[in-house]
Design a protein around this ligand. Structure first.
Ligand code: FES
Length: 65
């Protein structure tokens, strides 16, 4: 079993779950972002909380395929 699981949600974000201790999430400006438990990363480009998903993909009718 993988220590970390990355799952793409249909028409939604990437979900990252599993053993997150030691995982670093660093934004484009070099800021280290908190990682606690399962996180969801935006892949529609519309989130106002990038890199995290804020649900905007649903309003934007984002299609992952
Ligand atoms: S994937 Fe959810 S806001 Fe972009």
């Amino acid at each position: 079993m993988a220590a970390i699981k990355i799952k793409g949600h249909k028409d939604g974000p990437y979900e990252i779950s599993g053993e997150m201790s030691g995982v670093e999430l660093i934004d484009a400006n070099g800021k280290v972002l908190p990682v606690k438990g399962t996180i969801h990363l935006c892949r529609c480009g519309g989130s106002r909380s990038k890199p995290f998903c804020d649900g905007t993909h649903a309003k934007a009718h984002f299609k992952s395929e």
